[in-house]
Design a protein around this ligand. Structure first.
Ligand SMILES: *Cc1c(COP(=O)(O)O)cnc(C)c1O
Length: 464
């Protein structure tokens, strides 16, 4: 154990030096040639293992840095990191109370707090899952169970179930429709308005169309904070439609859910209590090490009714702790105790800590948008309601969309090759831009200035 601590200490102090580039991995085929990662019959000593750890850290993007703008998380949450280490030390598992007693009670407290934020109240339940994709999968599974309880035991029985998400929704909807036997063609991408929000009139029309075909609409999946532009679908209007047709309403708040912490900004997700289920990722804006997420459900007992099956003969004993065995609400058996890292960081920050984080990031976002709008050759491609800033470099002499796409992709790649800042590109309504995610409270006005200067400089060089 002492040896492990020494290696950890060297990893932190020596192998992740201050000021290292935020990104520095060569292409995969090249890296594979550089490193010897082959496993063999013979075991190896500590020196070989240390060298491997060193390379592992060296080539991984440094997600802790302010200039890591690429994904929906950035920075370091020190108590969550500590929690992650302790979780591995304990190796608790979450199927029964007996083998994760404090972890179980922590998870239940987290679920109570999350339900309070979302507005599902005291009766709301939930279970932690391995990411937003799985939370959306369970949301769709709950909807399927609600519409066709016999699907669980008898299968489709000739029914065509149809699900609706917006054309800006995360691709996990397709995965879920595939896994659940719905069929990805029966996942309808509902049209969005200019701001990337689902159009309730288009949703109503799609449902009518399905019904006219004799199909069974069963799931409406709204997004709170779309992945590319951070748009929030209109909950109240879509909830009316869901109610009219008796369809399960799910909200994918994997990215945008934490806005509920902020009194100033939670209006973007007013009416979340109208949904039946809600997906929330703690490993995005709450910046807990991957993975940590939850599926919340308004209706008590729904998770067990939908997910349970088996295990009663050897695992889920009917003893005094039976109500605390989270395994019957889950599709997993062994499940990592993700609660500890979330609980520790929430306990440390309090609700106010997360509210301050959102408010700060919203203000730095506004600063960023203002800088983009006043610079020559830069333009916003979508409204930035949340913490996604989608913009592009567009010189006066180029109007062709394909040429602009190529130029902006090349700007991103050139920055990546030079070690940062690390951004990504994305498409929105036929145009391609640079997607900047503001999720790190270490980001300053100067960081943004440096980034935008670099985008302009590289853009100018490439388009000359
Ligand atoms: C990231 C994201 C997901 C997927 O979450 P994972 O934790 O990566 O599985 C789902 N929906 C939205 C809106 C997201 O941004």
């Amino acid at each position: 154990m002492q040896e492990n601590l020494e290696i950890l200490s060297r990893a932190i102090n020596e192998w992740m030096p201050e000021g290292r580039p935020v990104v520095q991995a060569p292409p995969a085929a090249e890296l594979e040639q550089m490193l010897d990662l082959k496993l063999s019959d013979e075991g190896s000593g500590r020196g070989t293992l240390e060298a491997a750890i060193q390379s592992y850290l060296h080539f991984n993007p440094d997600v802790s840095q302010a200039e890591f703008y690429k994904l929906l998380y950035s920075g370091q949450n020190k108590y969550a990191l500590l929690g992650d280490w302790i979780t591995s030390l304990s190796n608790a598992t979450m199927h029964t109370y007996q083998v994760g007693p404090v972890a179980t009670l922590m998870e239940l407290e987290l679920i109570r707090q999350w339900n309070k934020l979302v507005g599902f109240g005291d009766k709301g339940e939930g279970v932690m899952v391995a990411g937003g994709s799985q939370a959306n999968l369970i949301g769709m599974m709950l909807a399927r169970h609600h519409a066709c309880p016999e699907y669980k035991t008898k299968g489709a029985q000739g029914k065509t179930l149809v699900a609706y998400v917006s054309d800006q929704a995360h691709y996990s909807g397709q995965k879920a429709a595939n896994v659940l036997g719905i069929g990805t063609d029966n996942l309808i991408a509902v049209a969005t308005d200019d701001a990337g929000r689902m159009r309730p009139d288009a949703l109503a029309a799609e449902i009518e169309k399905s019904k006219a075909q004799g199909h069974t609409p069963f799931f409406i999946g709204l997004t709170a904070g779309t992945t590319v532009t951070g748009a929030y679908d209109p909950v109240a209007a879509c909830s009316e439609i869901a109610k009219t047709h008796g369809i399960w309403l799910h909200i994918d708040g994997a990215w945008g859910g934490p806005i509920l912490f902020s009194e100033q900004h939670r209006h973007l997700l007013a009416d979340s209590h109208l949904a039946d289920s809600f997906a929330w990722d703690a490993h995005k804006l709450m910046n807990v090490p991957i993975t940590a997420a939850v599926i919340l459900v308004k209706h008590p007992g729904a998770l067990k009714a939908c997910c349970s099956g088996g295990g009663g003969d050897y695992l889920f004993h009917a003893d005094e702790n039976a109500d605390y065995n989270l395994g019957e609400r889950s599709i997993q058996c062994g499940r990592r105790a993700d609660a500890l890292k979330v609980w520790l960081s929430w306990k440390a920050a309090g609700n106010n800590g997360f509210a301050e984080k959102i408010d700060f990031l919203q203000s730095i976002k506004a600063d960023c948008v203002a800088q983009i709008e006043e610079r020559d050759g830069l333009e916003m491609l979508a409204p930035a309601n949340y913490l996604n800033v989608l913009f592009r470099y567009k010189p006066d002499n180029i109007d062709d969309e394909q040429a602009l796409r190529k130029l902006n992709i090349e700007i991103c790649k050139t920055m990546m090759r030079s070690g940062g800042p690390y951004v990504d590109y994305a498409q929105y309504k036929g145009r391609t831009g640079i997607r900047l995610i503001l999720a790190n409270t270490e980001v300053t006005h100067d960081h943004l200035e440096r980034l935008l200067d670099k985008v302009q400089r590289i853009g100018m060089e490439l388009s000359e």
